[in-house]
Design a protein around this ligand. Structure first.
Ligand code: ADP
Ligand code: MG
Length: 305
């Protein structure tokens, strides 16, 4: 079963490893496969529209490609939605919850901001139009590793905190969605470098009972090998070097450092492979200002997930 057949795909990894890029790729792939897709950014971040060359940001969904919409969740807006749904009156919400006395107490409830964002995605997942889900797939560009983990654990944390009552029941419903491997998939993004790899291994370990949600590990920014046949090159290397002049030696050094990187990447792939879920490579594009054309070029690399 492909990750596209789930209801929700959560993407996390160390800051800067390419979570937003990979989330966009997964969402784009699903949209091109004919699904209606919603790509959610969290904590008020709005990097997706510019990635698709579209202006606009905010809490309302914008279409960035055929069948692909994006929106940015902020916990403030989601809290307001949630409480207004319970209280029915937005003015009452403003009076009671956003005043100077009560506001800070809301912010102090542990994990509430995370839970409320997951709760927003939960509501979006349930939204039906003429009996049909509004979204075939929701991709969540989740916060970086440690925070991503507390976010995933937030429904259980709220259930422990409240024991019973409406908050408990709501958190339970939310937990049921995110703990169901048939409906929710988790993708971990990493780079072929020691620190991000360590973080991925630690996160995988700390996921505990949620480990079964992990459907793929993405090794991002993989450089091509400097020579097509590294083993043959290594075999010829000593003789080449012995016969080379200064320029030749410099050229060989360049190739050699590229080969070292290839070896590090191979080792990284083995480390990730040891965790169990399938590993896919996403090539480095030798530029940082990615746009729609670059996303299209990277698309085949996530095809097997
Ligand atoms: N495979 C890649 N090739 C080239 N640049 C990349 C690649 N993946 C990510 N980037 C760039 O690296 C930077 C960080 O990626 P981003 O997806 O924003 O990471 P995160 O969301 O984890 O912080 C961005 O400038 C992005 O365009
Ligand atoms: Mg990001």
């Amino acid at each position: 079963m492909s990750i596209l057949d789930r209801r929700v795909v959560l993407v996390t990894g160390k800051g800067g490893v390419g979570k937003t890029t990979i989330s966009a790729l997964i969402a784009l792939r699903a949209a091109r496969a004919g699904k209606r897709v919603l790509l959610c950014e969290t904590s008020g971040v709005t990097q997706v529209p510019p990635l698709f060359g579209v202006s606009g940001r905010g809490y309302e969904a914008v279409e960035v490609a055929p069948r692909l919409h994006t929106l940015s969740i902020t916990s403030e807006a989601a809290i307001e939605d949630y409480i207004v749904m319970q209280l029915r009156f937005r003015r009452l919400y403003k009076m009671v919850f956003r005043n100077r006395v009560v506001g800070p107490f809301i912010d102090a409830v542990p994990g509430l901001h995370d839970l409320i964002q997951l709760g927003k995605v939960f509501d979006l997942e349930r939204t039906r139009i003429n009996g049909r889900p509004e979204w075939d797939l929701i991709v969540v560009d989740a916060p970086a590793t440690g925070h991503g983990l507390t976010m995933l654990a937030s429904p259980r944390a709220m259930m422990d905190l409240t024991v019973s009552g409406p908050f408990h029941d709501n958190a339970h419903d939310v937990a049921m969605l995110y703990e169901d491997p048939a409906r929710t998939a988790l993708l971990l993004v990493s780079l072929p470098e020691d620190m991000p790899l360590k973080e991925t291994e630690e996160l995988h370990e700390r996921l505990g009972a949620l480990r079964g949600l992990v459907r793929g590990l993405v090794l991002n920014e993989v450089h091509p090998s400097p020579v097509p046949d590294p083993a043959r090159f290594q075999a010829l290397y000593p003789a080449l070097r012995a016969g080379a002049d200064a320029a030749g030696r410099e050229a060989l050094d360049i190739a050699e450092s590229g080969l070292l990187r290839t070896a590090r990447q191979d080792a990284a792939r083995v480390r990730l492979g040891a965790l169990g879920p399938p590993v896919v490579d996403v090539p480095f594009l030798f530029r940082r200002d990615l746009g729609p054309a670059q996303l299209a070029a990277l698309l085949p690399s996530v095809e097997s997930l």
